[in-house]
Structure formats: C-alpha cells, structure tokens
Design a protein around this ligand. Sequence first.
Ligand code: NAD
Ligand code: TDX
Length: 334
Amino acid sequence: MKLLVTGGAGFIGSNFIHYILSEHPNCEITNLDKLTYAGNLENLRDIENDPRYHFVIGDIADRELINNLLHGGYDTIVNFAAESHVDRSILDATPFIETNIKGTQTLLEGARQYRVGRFIQVSTDEVYGSIQNGKFTEKSPLSPNSPYAASKAAADLLCHAYWKTYQLPVIITRCSNNLGPFQFPEKLIPLAITKAWENKPIPIYGDGLNVRDWIYVADHCRALNLAIQRGKPGEIYNVAANQEKMNLELIHQLLDIMGKPRSLVSFVADRPGHDRRYALDAGKITQALGWKPFYSFEQALAATVDWYLNHEPWWRKIKSGEYAKYYDKMYSQR
Ligand code: NAD
Ligand code: TDX
C-alpha cells in the first residue's frame, strides 16, 4: 500500500500515520502538510526515521506540487488537510475556503489525472448541521451552519461530483468529535485539561448544554483503515461511538478525574451560530465494514487526560507561541 496522507502533522492525521505504520508492515506513506499553526512535526518525531515514512512540506492547493507528487504513483490518498477550528472560521473564513474547498478540488483533480485507486475524504458530522432529536444518517440533507462546516460540506459535494462525473473512486467518511493525544489545545478537551492543570478558568460557551458525540481517535483511525481496505467507492460512511455528552457534563467529568474543583467552569458568551446537538447513526459502517468502537468515553477521557499530563512540554510549547496570541485576540473580540 502506497499512501499519500495530507495533513498528517495535525491531530487525527498523526494518530492515523502511527496506526497505519503499526498495522501495515509493508506500507509506504508520504505525509504532505503545510505546517500551519496546527501542524506539528513533534507529533511524528518517533517515526521520522522510519524508512516507510516520508515528509513533504507543502499546500494541497498547490497544483504543480500535487502533480509532481502524484507522478510518483500512489494507490491511495487520505485527505485530512484542513482548517479545522470552528471559532477561527468565524473570525476569518478565507483560509477555510482556500484549503478545505480549493485544496480538496486540487487533490481530486490530481487523483483523477494520475488515476489514484482510492481517495478517502475525511469529513465531519458538522456538515449535517444541528439535530434536536434522533440521529443523522448518510442520507440526511447537508445543512452546515459555520463557515468551517460549510467549507467541509462543499468539499464533500466536490468529492461526490468527481465520483459521479469521472468515476474517481472517492469514499467520504463523516466522523463525530474526536478526543485523544496530539489534539491542538484550542479544542474543548485539551483546552480544558491544560487550563485545569494550571487552575485557570475553563471557558464554557453559552449555557454549556450543547451536545457533542465523542469518539476516541484510535477508533476513528480504525474506521478509516477499513474504509481504505473494504469501503465501496462513491459511498459515505458515518463514524461515531454513540457517546453523547453535554459540554458541561463532560467538563465536570474531566475536572473530577483531575481532582480539580468544578468552580473552574466559567460561562462566557456563546459561539455565534453554535450548533446545539450533533448525533450520528453509524449503523452503515458497522453493517457494511464490521466496524465498531473499542473505547468507552470514560476510557478515552482518562487516557487523554493522562496523555496531556505526561506531555506537558508538548502543549506548553504550543501555548507559549502563536496560539497564545490568537487566543487573546479571540477573546478580546467577544
Ligand atoms: P488539525 O487542525 O489538527 O490538523 C490539520 C492539519 O492539516 C495540520 O497539520 C495542518 O498543518 C494541515 N494543513 C492545513 N492546511 C493545509 C494545506 N493547505 N495543505 C496541507 N496541509 C494543510 O485537524 P484535525 O482535528 O486533525 O482534523 C483532521 C481532519 O479531520 C479535518 O479534515 C477535519 O475536518 C476532520 N475531522 C476532524 C474531527 C475532530 O474532531 N477533530 C472530527 C471529524 C472530522
Ligand atoms: O472554549 C471552548 N468552550 C466551549 O464551550 C471551546 C473551544 C468549545 N466549546 C464548546 C463548543 C462545542 O459545543 O465545546 C464544544 C466542542 O467545541 P470544539 O472543541 O471547538 O469542537 P466542535 O466545534 O464541536 O468541532 C470539532 O468536531 C468536529 C472539531 O473542531 C471539528 O474539526 C470537527 O469537524
């Protein structure tokens, strides 16, 4: 298996590269990453000298670079590269359009020209929008509410168009909220762990009753591997572990694990357009590919807290740099 992984220096991509190297002794992986604020080669330090792994710095929207790379012959592309943070998309949607839409189209076009055998688009539950009761299936209409979600939905539609028009063998996966090692500490769980560790207030948007459906990142990586091996071209697969939590409930659980007081919770202004609830029906991937999650939410949260507490230099370095500046800017505007 010769894989082009894009965005492999980010949270899920780096977990995925570790997973594939451990599962497939004969694989070859090229990781193409622009190294934006979210890309971090520290996430891959332990495998940087593995002869099966190569890193290329670059932008998925750079047509010439993509064509040069694909000329080398890849059987599979797994596209993780994206601007991924909803709050940033509210401040400035432009990079989301550039990477998530234009970048995906550039990759699709390259894959078409160089006849790549399989294209996995790593999408999200956010493309369906918010749901009050019940769960979204793969047939639910797209109704994205943030610029981030809209850019991911647009990319999904382009993937669909490349399948229908050119029979490019595209598979779209739509996963719920991930937690686990290497997640950038702007996202709720690592933000809360690192704040709590420093006994600082944890910002909770609105009333804290918004619901997210959580999955351990390793379970997402297994689902992606199955989609590569056995997924059907042109299909969409929801990926979720059926572990819904209200944000406030989650933070209370996290503070209890860490032995920190619940008084650290600090209610702040709501996120504009904040989706109330995400919930996915993952029955299709379970039936068709035999996937099911291995980790309970409690196991995943405990393992994630443990990882952050054991990797303090990793997140301290991030928080003392550009991220800190961004964070101040974001909150001064609220
Ligand atoms: P992340 O922000 O941690 O990582 C994104 C990576 O993409 C970074 O390494 C960054 O440098 C790279 N990148 C950004 N723009 C690029 C470009 N133009 N060219 C090349 N590389 C570029 O994101 P993540 O949380 O790991 O998410 C990965 C993918 O999974 C995204 O497509 C996201 O939409 C999707 N997803 C995430 C979640 C989640 O809970 N985090 C859930 C479902 C789906
Ligand atoms: O400081 C915060 N306070 C807070 O209350 C942050 C950062 C978030 N929140 C809330 C907003 C959401 O209801 O917590 C919930 C989770 O927020 P995020 O971690 O920003 O994730 P979310 O907006 O749900 O999107 C995530 O899941 C789907 C990823 O960032 C996306 O990339 C993925 O597609």
